[in-house]
Design a protein around this ligand. Structure first.
Ligand code: UD1
Length: 343
């Protein structure tokens, strides 16, 4: 019988790409999402790619009664927990919203796992836990730095909650995945990133400027201590990233984990600057991008890229898609949204 995986936040950007990979690997998927930052239309895209419609429940992970009912209805072999608020700036404005959403959701799910015999949880964390690294590339043993925002702090606290719970003897396992900068879309352009309102992240802002929804991209700073002065990130293709989740689930369900809690960096291992990424966009779209250099954005890290060696070796996963192809996929997705009249 197919193993059943609960994907919280499964209609979101990374969640939806992961659902596709899980279904293609033969897993049965149940999605829950409160649709606060995504749209149920995503289910159509997933269905068109995989030929199978995942089960979906509009449910908020803060609602323990609804979660209990869900866990009575299904037996889950594993959980992939994406559901969280993720806008850094908003988290500074509304810290309690971020702490409530991101902490209560995790606590509720963990609490239900032992009594319902759910074996493990894959948790979405972020390279933001490393703060400004002392050196790059950065591996999992690098120190955790004080968080620069409530959002970042929720990721650090979430990691600690998982560790403390498992160290208390709870019979569950977890794999914590620290993402670098996920970008791009499924090559079919059936699913992709769909920010509500003005995008906060770089790539949706680039593609929306490219298509004329936004007038001009502001590049936040060109006076950093980097070769071209703009910030450096490890941009990782979202489909590559999604595949790592399938590897992580397999590892836990097949009892291959060395420790009850394992942490993996998910990145390409290569840093690229904001200006280099813009140049790649111009190359794949065949048009110049309207951008200007403005002042630095508060809280930005100067440069960070991953040492993904542990994930390569232990998880048997490696980023495979080039950043150029990834930017082409992001552009194809933006063009598809225009075609469909979405934006
Ligand atoms: C941030 C968070 C990360 C979080 C992610 C999800 C930090 C340090 N990082 O990533 O933890 O998981 O958001 O939302 O808090 N840029 C521009 N113009 C723009 C937008 C961005 O120049 O309009 C630049 C930024 O200054 C940065 C780079 O592009 O140098 C990437 O920015 P972004 O896409 O927002 O991601 P991070 O800030 O790296």
């Amino acid at each position: 019988m197919a193993k059943k995986i609960l994907v919280t936040g499964g209609t979101g950007y990374i969640g939806s790409h992961t659902v596709v990979e899980l279904q293609q690997a033969g897993y049965e998927v149940v999605i829950i999402d409160n649709l606060s930052n995504s749209n149920a239309d995503v289910l159509e895209g997933i269905t068109r790619i995989t030929g199978k419609r995942p089960l979906f429940d509009k449910l908020d992970c803060k609602d323990m009664d609804a979660l209990k009912a869900l866990f009575r209805k299904h037996h889950f072999d594993g959980i992939i927990h994406f559901a969280a608020s993720k806008a850094v700036g908003e988290s500074v404005q509304k810290p309690l919203l971020y702490y409530r959403n991101n902490l209560v959701s995790l606590i509720n799910l963990l609490e239900l796992m032992p009594e319902h015999n759910v074996k493990g949880m894959v948790f979405s964390s972020s390279c933001t836990v490393y703060g400004e690294p002392d050196s790059n590339p950065i591996d999992e043993n690098a120190p955790i730095k004080p968080a620069a925002s409530p959002y970042g702090n929720t990721k650090q606290i979430n990691e600690e909650i998982i560790r403390d719970f498992i160290h208390s003897g709870a019979p569950v396992m977890s794999i914590i995945l620290r993402y670098f900068n996920p970008i791009g879309a499924h090559p079919s352009a059936e699913i992709g990133e769909l920010p509500l309102g003005v995008p906060q992240n770089l790539v949706p802002y680039i593609t929306q400027t490219g298509i004329g929804i936004r007038e001009q991209l502001s590049v936040f700073g060109n006076d950093y201590n980097t070769p071209d002065g703009s910030c450096i990130r490890d941009f990782i293709n979202v489909v590559d990233l999604a595949k790592a989740h399938v590897k992580a689930i397999e590892r836990m369900l097949n009892n291959q984990s060395d420790e009850p809690v394992e942490i993996f960096n998910l990145g390409t291992g290569t840093g690229l600057s904001v200006l280099e990424l813009i140049a790649l966009f111009e190359k794949v779209s065949g048009k110049p991008l309207n951008y200007k250099i403005v002042g630095r954005r508060e809280g930005d890290i100067e440069q960070i890229w991953a040492n993904p060696g542990k994930a390569n070796k232990v998880l048997g996963w490696k980023a495979e898609i080039s950043v150029e192809d990834t930017m082409a996929s992001a552009w194809k997705w933006q063009l598809r949204l225009r075609e469909k009249g979405v934006m």
